[in-house]
Design a protein around this ligand. Structure first.
Ligand code: S3P
Length: 184
């Protein structure tokens, strides 16, 4: 079983709409790292869309998410990759032993920006309940903040600037290896 101590990959976490996939793809290409988007992997492995999996209940989706993450980490244990997690992956307790906080970058985007992006994109099952989004974000924020690295992105960070910032964070992580937040 892959454990957090074994994984050499870098993980991106953050709320829906924070840019994990978009920025992750660009930053991985710049650093010549293999990129995986966990949601895409889940859809490939199950041959179902995220919405179809959610139609059986969130728990059903989370079971598949956990299994696909587990398999992906087993398959990539030899090489560092960049893995964009889903917005709930790191929150779900079963996944936490698989994802070392010292290798996670939390993309922290202001809530109003997230809200707008989620509203503009209909494919997210949890995004269909706009009234619950603020509360969900508040619940999750302290858990995302367990990541050793928080990358705060503002409305002024366009795609190029945000990618530069993410690439710089990743270079640092790749250079220094594991960052121990408790010693800072
Ligand atoms: C979820 C976020 C989604 C996807 C699923 C559940 C969540 O991923 O995994 O709809 O719980 O926040 P993105 O964050 O990539 O949209």
């Amino acid at each position: 079983m892959p454990t957090s101590a074994e994984s050499k990959s870098i993980f991106l976490t953050g709320f829906m709409g924070s840019g994990k996939t978009t920025l992750g793809k660009l930053a991985a290409a710049q650093l010549e790292l293999i990129f995986f988007d966990l949601d895409e992997e889940i859809e490939l492995c199950t041959q179902q869309t995220i919405a179809e999996l959610f139609a059986h209940g969130e728990l059903y989706f989370r079971e598949h998410e956990h299994r696909v993450l587990f398999d992906l980490l087993s398959e990539t244990s030899e090489q560092p990759c960049l893995i964009a997690l889903g917005g709930g992956t790191f929150i779900h307790p079963a996944n936490q032993p698989l994802i070392p906080p010292e290798r996670i970058i939390f993309l922290d985007v202001p809530f109003p920006v997230l809200e707008q992006r989620i509203a503009a994109c209909a494919h997210r099952p949890l995004g269909r309940e706009p009234h619950g989004l603020k509360r969900l974000h508040e619940q999750r924020f302290p858990l995302y903040s367990r990541a050793a690295t928080t990358l705060a992105l503002s409305v002024d960070d366009d795609l190029i600037r945000a990618t530069e910032k993410l690439t710089a964070c990743m270079r640092e992580l790749l250079k220094t290896g594991i960052r121990d937040k408790s010693r800072e």
